[in-house]
Write a protein that binds this ligand. Structure first.
Ligand SMILES: C[S@@+](CC[C@H](N)C(=O)[O-])C[C@H]1O[C@@H](n2cnc3c(N)ncnc32)[C@H](O)[C@@H]1O
Length: 305
């Protein structure tokens, strides 16, 4: 373990990437696209995130925990979890860790805008490499990041070591991308979006094989005891959050670009119509969108003995 020095901060160079020229954790995204997508996700799924942090705080309180003073957000991205947790735990300070300097930069800007910059430290580190020493940590949060790690089981053992005895780890994961379109939209059966997700699941199986894993047994194998396990179902109907159209557009654009030559001409043409911001059928102005997804979550503890 290396010690946590200011040089590990995103302000100062890029540490922990021994030999990695470009860390493609964003799954082929340009960083600005990724930042935008993460921020749109935070905006549209705000109520969902509030539910998750409430579940976490209630579970911690009912277990008679000492206050959360220091928390770690692993794979923090632009800080969706970090900022929500700072609100939820007003006495806490946070360390946000991510491999991406631009995403951490965005996180700091948001923390500044929300008046909590003093309570957040960012650390740029590749969690597939040697971990910095984060000091005594009461709570670790990792959302939609664990499946990106090359060796998540090793990462879980590192989390175990970083937590104080009795400390909590919240893992929030995803099984796929949210869906927005009516089932019958597109030419043929199943509809366009189901087809896109089907193709994407093949791509995911190759590129992010840990996506959709059952993390419970792997958390237990790392030494944790499972306190609570929940599946958070998101099923938003109109009136939808204002950013929903832009979120759907960013997500569908990502699918179009990732699947490119595997899409048939009909699907590409329908997608282009949906993605054309100026067109009458653009997802940014349609009235028939919904937001459906599921996010499984585990709350586990490092035992005291
Ligand atoms: C899908 S994003 C989730 C971001 C954030 N937790 C959220 O819920 O909005 C995954 C994040 O994990 C980061 N990440 C992936 N692999 C990583 C690694 N090995 N070390 C550090 N960060 C990593 C990516 O840079 C990205 O910001």
């Amino acid at each position: 373990m290396t010690s946590l020095s200011p040089e590990h901060d995103g302000h100062h160079g890029h540490h922990g990437h021994h030999g990695h020229q470009h860390h493609d954790n964003a799954g082929g995204f340009d960083e600005p696209d990724m930042a935008e997508l993460l921020d749109l996700d935070a905006e549209v799924l705000h109520a969902h995130l509030t539910d998750v942090t409430a579940w976490l705080a209630t579970s911690a309180e009912s277990a008679g925990d000492i206050p959360v003073r220091r928390l770690l957000d692993l794979g923090s991205g632009t800080g969706t979890g970090t900022l929500a947790l700072l609100q939820r735990f007003p006495d806490a300070e946070a360390v946000a860790v991510d491999a991406s300097a631009p995403l951490l930069h965005r996180l700091r800007d948001k923390a500044q805008a929300q008046g909590v910059a003093e309570r957040v430290r960012t650390v740029q580190a590749d969690l597939d490499e040697a971990w910095p020493d984060f000091g005594d940590v009461d709570l670790v949060w990792t959302s939609a990041a664990l499946h990106h790690m090359a060796d998540p089981d090793s990462a879980l053992r590192e989390v175990f070591a970083a937590l104080r005895p009795g400390g909590l780890l919240a893992v929030v994961e995803m099984e796929g991308f949210p869906r927005f379109l009516p089932d019958d939209l597109g030419i043929g059966e199943p509809g366009l979006e189901a087809r896109l997700h089907e193709l994407t699941s093949h791509e995911h199986a190759e590129r992010v094989p840990h996506l959709g894993a059952d993390w419970g047994p792997r958390l237990t194998a790392a030494g944790f005891t499972v306190e609570s396990e929940r599946r958070f179902a998101v099923d938003l109907l109109p009136p939808l959050p204002a950013a929903t159209g832009r979120y759907a557009q960013a997500m569908l654009r990502r699918l179009r670009d990732a699947l490119a030559d595997r899409l048939g001409a009909d699907d590409r043409s329908v997608l282009d119509t949906l993605l054309d911001s100026d067109g009458p059928d653009s997802v940014t102005r349609r009235g028939d969108l919904t937001v459906r997804t599921e996010r499984p979550a585990w709350l586990v503890r490092r035992p005291t003995v």
